[in-house]
Design a protein around this ligand. Sequence first.
Ligand code: HEC
Length: 211
Amino acid sequence: MKIVAALLSVTLLALLLLTPACAPGDGQKAAAEKTEVAPPPVPVEIPAQVKETLKNSVKMLGGTLKGHLVAALDEKGTLGALEFCGSQAQTLTGEASTDEVFIHRVSLRLRNPANQPSDFERAQLERFEALNAEGKLPEGAFIAHKDGERDAAYFFKPLMMGKPCLLCHGDPAGIEPEVLARLQELYPTDEAVGFAEGDLRGAFVARTYLN
Ligand code: HEC
């Protein structure tokens, strides 16, 4: 944040210094134009309680999915776990949403087309991707956003590739052949292989409305 603030103040300073030089004598006109421009919207504050609710719903769904996945891998092996993921992950995710909080998983490289991000979500994922490349990925991000007429509060939680994830999302050459074949059968447009440990796989997104 400090860096952003510093950059902003440097940019502002540069603008202040440059403007008179670029447009000598135009000061009055600029001032007149300025009054017509609407003031920037006041950023909406997300109340602490709302943040807590969003965070909890991600924590719960994350725990549920991971618990089921680990158990399935343990009991049924990768192919069996794949059948579980294919049939249950969407259902469990759908059931995690309430009247108050909508939650889902999104990714820039999709396996299941149902997990397509919105344009707004895509932009956040791209930001996460850039931050991860710099080693500066946050644990999560709260973002206030206007969804049409309504103010929405979002929580984005990065989903990282750990070692067990690579069984079904890693380099195709390292995936068990029967698992790879089943993946291709179930998801003909699968883009979610070829990941390495530490890659950003996607994010949990929880959303609620503030008004
Ligand atoms: C046993 C195979 C398997 C393993 C292991 C696995 N996944 Fe997946 N993953 C799938 C399948 C199948 C889907 C598509 C079904 C769904 O969840 O919607 C999927 C979908 C996803 C999605 C939703 C986005 C999309 O592309 O559809 C994310 C995010 C994800 N996996 C992350 C992970 C993470 C993180 C791990 C490790 C903790 C992991 N996966 C381990 C099989 C697996």
